[in-house]
Design a protein around this ligand. Sequence first.
Ligand code: IPE
Ligand code: IPE
Ligand code: MG
Length: 252
Amino acid sequence: MPNGATPQTDREGLQGSPRHVAIIMDGNGRWAAARGLPRAEGHRRGVEALRKVVRAAHELGISYLTIFSFSAENWSRPASEIGDLFGLLRRFIRHDLAALHADGVRVRVIGEREGLESDICALLTEAEDLTRNNTRLTLVVAFNYGSRQEIAAAAQRLAREVAEGKRDPSSITADVLGSYLDAPDIPDPDLIIRTSGEQRLSNFLMWQAAYSELVFVPIHWPDFDKAALEDAIAEYATRERRFGGLIAKTGS
Ligand code: IPE
Ligand code: IPE
Ligand code: MG
């Protein structure tokens, strides 16, 4: 597999390493159920998998790793499970932030902060502030995130500018709208991986995924590891990304 931290297309149109990998970490509950364990144990093991995958990502030269950790629609789960998931996020930031910082990881958070408990907001802000200047890997945590909500919020801000006479509607291009999303400085994901065998986006990065390669893997998130990430990247490397254009054939 070709190396390199930036996406490259060779003359056959095949890919180098993805610069930005986004993961829908799914299947914690089914992993636990298959073992007769409570769903909370699946989530706990999911955090262990996440630690390993973050380490693997920088070993594999990935520059941006986005993880879907709580969706805007996950509020429809039982309160006890929501409590477990929020507890794990708190523990992850409290226990792992120093190590992430020492490893040169920059943490960014996307999603709606309003309505979250204030201690969670404070932890998210602390993680972003502490790691702001790190450059080895950017870990984008999608928390209380929904792509439709993100796009609607961008549309609201633009509409307000129009209403205030600060913007002409004809200036609202795709690039402008994209620049009003939660993390406009982060490049679009090259590769989106979903574990657990489900084949859908579930309201994740729908704008940014316009030309992402999608790889669905049958294993549940707690079992996902560096080898599985390497396999997904190998699958990505076989894809031809055309972005609507044509691939230049060798010798033609
Ligand atoms: C992913 O695992 C974690 C979150 C969605 C927060 P699930 O909890 O969705 O596990 P399954 O899909 O029910 O197995
Ligand atoms: C998507 O998984 C959300 C996260 C991984 C955080 P879900 O398990 O919530 O998605 P659906 O409900 O199966 O589509
Ligand atoms: Mg699920």
